[in-house]
Design a protein around this ligand. Sequence first.
Ligand code: SAH
Length: 255
Amino acid sequence: MSQQITRLGLVSALHQEQAGLIEAMQGKQTVTRGMRDYVCGSLWGIETVCVLSRIGKVAAAATVATLIERFGVSHIVFTGVAGAVDSDVQIGDIVVADALVQHDIDATPLFPRHEVPLLGQSHFATDVHLTEMLAGAANDFLGHDLDASVPAQDRDRFRLSSPRVYRGLIASGDQFIHTAQRHRELKAAFPGLLAVEMEGAAVAQVCFEFGMPFSVIRTISDGANEASPHDFMQFIDGVAARYAFGTVKRLCAAR
Ligand code: SAH
């Protein structure tokens, strides 16, 4: 079991996912480094640093390295949205990563496909204890808070009937996956893959290198295919932002 959360680093790629959390923080102080605002304060009794990474692996890696080196966080949680790659996983479900892989890294023939050169591995595991807590918080949120948190019109529009929490593999790369062909290729390359996004595996690599306990939680926003919703931003505002807020609140209460 990892140690107590003494200072939580909370990272998201999109502004809407953090606006509510930042509003809920007490005793806020903002420090700007490398074009990012690190908002430090107390969130439901936990000392927290909230920051937007912006989109993509480089942006996420730089943000997380700064959180670790300059802000002394003890744990990192990345919240965001992702495309589903497993046929059971639906829009509005939650995927909590057990492990992450960079689907676009390829140093063959020097190193095996998907292996991060000189680290000797392709898959990076999340912290078991933090991930357990986060999945529990997500389950509690969906089980108890969904109706009060997500407006009925958004639940209807995105057909959220009884969303579920899944745990498993997430793949990341610097591409928004929106074609059936890329979807199929990813599914074939990574058995058991649940979802695809653009930051998580970069966070995972940096946290591995620094020995930092971390977890990644993603609300499924699309099917990683041509049908990617045209009302993506409405999904972020109406659903994903509410999920992030409610799950982090439950996580802080449960620690
Ligand atoms: N339309 C948005 C773009 C953000 S979408 C805007 O204008 O701001 C990209 C974000 O959603 C990334 O942070 C990525 O991690 C996640 N994401 C959701 N679905 C994805 C998919 N199908 N493929 C890759 N990333 C996805």
